[in-house]
Design a protein around this ligand. Structure first.
Ligand code: SF4
Ligand code: SF4
Length: 229
């Protein structure tokens, strides 16, 4: 087992103490306030997001931008209660995953062609940490703020400061606001389904099939290794 430095051990102690405070009801109170304020927005989004997912007239880029807008609307409600501030960038040193279509949209908006990524990257597959920040982080601020991916837009630490986001000592859990519905919607709009006919292997008779094609998913460092040169 690796020996912790004194500052790592102190940080771990602070993390444990903080989570005790949060679990004593503080976190539930903050999330309760945000959820109450966000309820009517979420109800409206439920219909809007379903329409976006099922739309045959919208381009994939328009669909992704519509999801960004929806998350930003909720973000405006969450932000006053979150620890997130301009200049706070621990999260920009962690994995930032997105589907290839979202990388293509960002590339179009910022004028940089993303690299091709194949397969499915998972958190931790690409080295991150303080030594390997997101290539778009400039002077502790996001240089593509209006074009940042959903993964960044939906990230709100509902604590009072960034202690639990610090990448020090052991892995820490961050009390993020749960906006997973929007990540699920992004997965749905970027996954394609095609109806076709196959053959039953035993009888040889035709059978209807639905073929699902999931997008390649990569880390922002893979798609844009040089950021915006
Ligand atoms: S998620 Fe954490 S690191 Fe990122 S801005 Fe919010 S508090 Fe700072
Ligand atoms: S795109 Fe912007 S907000 Fe997202 S990780 Fe990179 S610098 Fe941070």
């Amino acid at each position: 087992m690796a020996t912790l430095t004194e500052s790592e051990a102190q940080h771990d102690e602070q993390v444990v103490t903080r989570w005790r405070e949060l679990e004593s009801g503080k976190l539930a109170r903050v999330i309760g306030i945000v959820n109450e304020q966000a309820l009517s927005i979420k109800q409206r989004h439920h219909h809007r997001v379903n329409a976006v997912i099922n739309s045959s007239g919208m381009t994939i880029y328009a669909k992704i931008e519509a999801l960004w807008e929806a998350v930003d609307e909720l973000g405006a409600v969450a932000k006053p209660h979150a620890a997130c501030r301009k200049g706070c960038s621990h999260c920009c040193h962690t994995s930032v995953l997105m589907p290839e279509q979202e990388a293509a949209l960002i590339g179009r908006r910022i004028g940089v062609k993303p690299r091709t990524v194949t397969g499915l990257t998972r958190r931790g597959d690409v080295a991150a940490g303080y030594g390997n920040p997101c290539p778009f982080l400039k002077g502790d601020a996001c240089s593509i703020y209006s074009s940042r991916p959903l993964a960044c837009r939906q990230q709100f630490n509902m604590d009072s400061d960034a202690l639990l986001c610090e990448l020090i000592g052991g892995p820490s859990k961050v009390p993020y606001l749960n906006l997973m519905d929007y990540q699920t919607a992004l997965a749905m709009v970027t996954t394609s389904q095609r109806d076709c006919i196959g053959r039953d292997p035993s009888s040889g008779r035709p059978v209807p099939l639905t073929v699902t094609t999931a997008p390649a998913v990569g880390d922002i460092r893979q798609f844009f290794p040089k950021g915006r040169p």
